[in-house]
Design a protein around this ligand. Structure first.
Ligand SMILES: *Cc1c(COP(=O)(O)O)cnc(C)c1O
Length: 453
């Protein structure tokens, strides 16, 4: 098939991956172990069992290259997988670039983002471990929505601690979670000790993901029938997302392509892991593919943070993870891409970035929305503000190719649609989007709270 003739590249259903790809098998340097927050010693599976099922703990530490996807999970993946890969003909034309731009569209999942790839897997492994209820945090609401649906599918109860500023700004997200049967609370709440402690210090706090994680973990640890579920960052979450990149490789093969550049936006690192990690073995074998993580200039974890052990949450309940971090006490400014407002980053992405296998760049909010609008006007899809960070970088790469007079193959992950972010578009179109300044002083203050290990 001529590559220029196709717009939508679709795989047959039987090409849904049968395995998740575990990059831990191929990393030049292994991950530093998570540490028990009280003892400072490497965390054991027993430390994690109060809040995670053994099936997921095994995936977290596995060194096997391929981990089989349970039939029950693949069966549900069929609702939207394989997801389409599009050739962005009209965007290319608008940019007048010699580059070929492709995007993998994860917004076709029932909840509108890639998050369901992991939510379904996590709910399944909790279900077979006999768990009855899951707690979680959510920032912009996509993860809470995905877990709410996954819990419904497997008959589990679901309680979502939603960052207060988003709870107030995005009431319809809560309605979706409640439609799926979940309970959604504005975090910090007065139901947990960690929530009450924050409210005492700062009753008007907008909340952060780190605080919401503390509350969800505390809730789960206090009940035997309840586990906790995290939507990004951890190894098993990144693992589940690798269905994305595996499909992309097959789809590109169908049009006789191999990428020069692979791009994903990066909050906790899961959708970027999903599209980029399956290319790591090629890269280690000498292929010249560039893998670029794009983050907000207002929350520049990889580009301005430090590679150190830190807590995943605000209260210090979670194991210490070795990752790029801005400090667990950092309160990122309230940008519109709420899903990218996290102080840390996946340990897998952090290690690979530290070892020079990945690139990172930070982009400003206004430029992101400018690219999002161009994309909507040419390709028709209204992107999630998070995903639009990847679009910005793809557009910049395509313009660089034009400048240099080279035709490159650029692939990015369109991690979700923006149908629930219309108010952010409204702000942009009415000139009310500001580029939030990142404060080096606030970063220096926050880094003082890093645990000494
Ligand atoms: C949550 C979310 C992100 C950011 O999370 P990652 O773990 O970095 O992928 C990006 N895009 C969308 C659409 C999201 O919902």
């Amino acid at each position: 098939m001529s590559r220029d003739a196709l717009t939508k590249i679709i795989l047959p259903e039987d090409k849904i991956p049968k395995y998740w790809y575990n990059v831990q098998a191929d990393m030049p340097n292994p991950l530093d172990p998570p540490l028990n927050p009280r003892t400072g010693e490497p965390a054991t599976p027993d430390d994690l069992l109060p809040i995670f099922p053994m099936g997921l703990i095994e995936q977290e530490v596995s060194q096997e290259r391929y981990i089989e996807i349970p039939q029950e999970v693949r069966e549900i993946y069929r609702l939207w997988r394989p997801s389409p890969l599009y050739r962005a003909h009209r965007l290319e034309k608008a940019l007048d670039t010699p580059c070929r731009i492709y995007y993998k569209y994860e917004g076709v999942s029932p909840v509108g983002s890639h998050k369901l790839n992991s939510a379904i897997a996590q709910a399944f492994f909790n279900k077979i471990a006999g768990i009855k209820r899951l707690t979680t945090e959510t920032g912009a609401g996509q993860w809470g929505t995905a877990l709410a649906l996954a819990c419904r599918v497997f008959g589990l109860d679901c309680t979502v601690y939603m960052v207060k500023v988003s709870y107030e700004q995005k009431p319809y997200r809560r309605s979706i979670m409640e439609t799926y049967g979940a309970t959604c609370l504005a975090s910090p709440t007065d139901r947990t000790a960690s929530g009450r402690a924050v409210l005492e210090r700062d009753p008007d706090t907008p909340g952060t993901l780190a605080i919401a994680i503390s509350e969800a973990v505390e809730d789960a640890a206090s009940r035997d029938d309840t586990n906790y579920s995290l939507g990004s960052v951890l190894n098993h979450v990144c693992l589940h997302q690798t269905v994305i990149g595996q499909e992309v490789k097959l789809q590109l093969e169908m049009v006789d392509e191999y990428p020069d550049v692979v791009i994903g936006c990066c909050g906790g690192g899961s959708n970027f892991s999903g599209i980029a990690l399956p290319f790591i073995p090629d890269k280690l074998a000498g292929t010249n593919v560039r893998l670029i993580a794009v983050e907000p200039a207002a929350c520049p974890t990889l580009t301005k943070g430090v590679f150190a052990y830190d807590y995943g949450d605000q209260a210090g309940f979670t194991p210490l993870l070795k990752m790029y971090t801005l400090g667990h006490d950092f309160t990122p400014p309230g940008i519109h891409a709420g899903g990218l407002r996290y102080h840390g980053d996946s340990p897998l992405i952090s290690r690979l970035y530290h070892d020079g296998l990945l690139e990172a760049r930070a982009v400003f909010q206004k430029n992101v929305f400018e690219a999002a609008v161009l994309f909507a006007q040419t390709e028709g899809i209204l992107p999630a503000p998070e995903s639009a960070h990847a679009i910005r970088a793809a557009v910049d790469e395509a313009l660089a190719g034009k400048e240099e007079g080279v035709s490159r193959c650029i692939v990015f992950n369109l991690s979700g649609h923006g149908h629930l972010d219309i108010s952010a578009y409204d702000s942009y179109l009415n000139g009310r989007i500001e580029d939030v300044e990142f404060s080096d002083e606030a970063l220096a203050e926050s880094l003082k709270t890093l645990p000494q290990v």
